[in-house]
Design a protein. Structure first.
Length: 413
């Protein structure tokens, strides 16, 4: 059972003073009663990242440069969820224009540590038990990283499969709508609504074929994140999985460079109307700097980057043709201390650039109680298959890891 809208609202009202996950919360009297004819998400209270429209609620994109008028209509994805019975109870905090300047949200696991970003409020609200489902978006690592830092399940679908009408889109070829949940089963319930059109295939009964990408060429893992990756590999092998380690260091570096340039170029064009308006001075310095860097990228250079991107995308689909999914880091480590930064998205950007579905799975906690986990990635349009593999294997791997750590700490099983 998932929290209904009124229970979710009550928990949010009681707990948000400490977490500050909500940018705008509805009034209890405005929430509808549970529907008489329930859908797949009947009566479930959901949060919506404040770059996605909800009728009657303002969309501020985390910026004082935007107006506070309520949206007239739901975004397409919100309308789909409403049709399945879900009830939006409010708008969750986002980094400014879903980029880098963080909002006030705190990590429910350790309030002095960042919740990640840019979908900080959505991940934190789920982690704090205020709601079970929240929409977010990802351009670089804005879904997977906060899911990792807050210790919840985060899913970024295949690019282009979730309609973006009603979303503030800045990076046209990168921005993707996704969602957070407490369990893989809850994520599958949302996928059944937002990724319809065919029955969700179950993962095969056999053990999976896994490609392990540690991504050492583009980022360093701290000991806790390395342990989480190694432990997940070991648990998969113990349960019969075949694990291979392809050498793609050069490609990873190239893809990371393409993502950075693409993001800045598209962000700059997306923000150009605001940059030329009287409200331009209200943008944060970090956002103005990103806009300047993006405008310095010429059109011819941008086209060459996209041609290289398309070539590598085709090659990678073939390279991973035998793998059921890819096992790779979600973040360099647990949530860093401090609220001035949202942390590094270095291990997420390649999958945002390629547009492949990505899933964060929490697997363990550090000695300080901070969550760590791993990222599973699949080829384009294998969204339901990826979730099916996770539904079958995540609980088993996490349970094995919990038992192992308990034995190490106490000497008993």
């Amino acid at each position: 059972m998932m929290l209904d809208a009124h229970a979710a609202w009550s928990r949010s009202k009681a707990r948000d003073a400490d977490i500050q996950a909500w940018a705008w919360l509805a009034e209890a009297a405005d929430l509808p009663l549970p529907p008489a004819a329930p859908g797949a998400l009947a009566g479930v209270g959901i949060g919506v990242k404040d770059v996605i429209d909800v009728a009657g609620m303002p969309t501020r994109s985390g910026s004082p440069a935007t107006a506070a008028e309520p949206a007239r209509w739901d975004a397409a994805c919100v309308a789909q969820l409403r049709a399945a019975g879900a009830v939006p109870i409010g708008k969750t905090v986002t980094a400014e224009f879903a980029y880098a300047s963080p909002g006030p949200t705190r990590n429910p696991r350790q309030p002095a540590h960042t919740p990640g970003g840019s979908s900080s409020g959505s991940a934190a609200a789920v982690a704090a038990g205020m709601i079970d489902i929240a929409l977010g978006t990802q351009t670089g690592g804005s879904m997977i990283r906060p899911a990792a830092f807050c210790g919840v399940v985060g899913f970024k679908p295949t690019f282009g499969r979730i309609h973006r009408q009603g979303m503030s889109v800045l990076c046209d070829s990168l921005d993707t709508i996704g969602w957070f949940s407490n369990t893989v089963a809850q994520s599958q319930a949302v996928a059944s609504v937002l990724l319809p059109g065919r029955a969700a295939p179950e993962a095969p009964a056999r053990a999976p074929r896994v490609a392990l990408l540690a991504c050492d060429a583009i980022g360093r893992l701290d000991p806790d994140a390395r342990q989480a990756l190694d432990d997940s590999e070991a648990r998969l092998r113990e349960h019969g999985a075949t694990v291979v380690r392809p050498d793609l260091d050069d490609d990873l570096k190239t893809l990371l460079h393409i993502h950075t340039q693409t993001m800045h170029a598209e962000l700059a064009l997306g923000l150009l109307p605001l940059a030329r308006s009287p409200q331009a001075g209200l943008m944060s310095p970090v956002l103005r700097d990103a806009l300047k860097r993006g405008l310095d990228i010429g059109h011819a250079d941008y086209v060459r980057l996209q041609q290289a991107r398309e070539r590598l995308s085709r090659e990678w689909v073939l390279r991973f043709g035998d793998a059921d999914f890819i096992l790779t880091p979600s973040a360099p480590g647990p949530a860093p201390q401090g609220l001035q930064s949202t942390g590094s998205s270095v291990f997420n950007r390649v999958w945002s650039l390629l547009g492949w579905p990505a899933l964060h799975l929490p697997t363990a906690r550090t000695a300080l109680g901070l969550p760590v986990g791993v990222q599973w990635v699949a080829r384009p349009d294998d969204d339901h298959v990826l979730l099916g593999w996770a539904a079958r294997w995540h609980a088993r791997i996490a349970a094995d890891e919990s038992r192992r750590r308990r034995y190490e700490n106490t000497g008993t099983d």
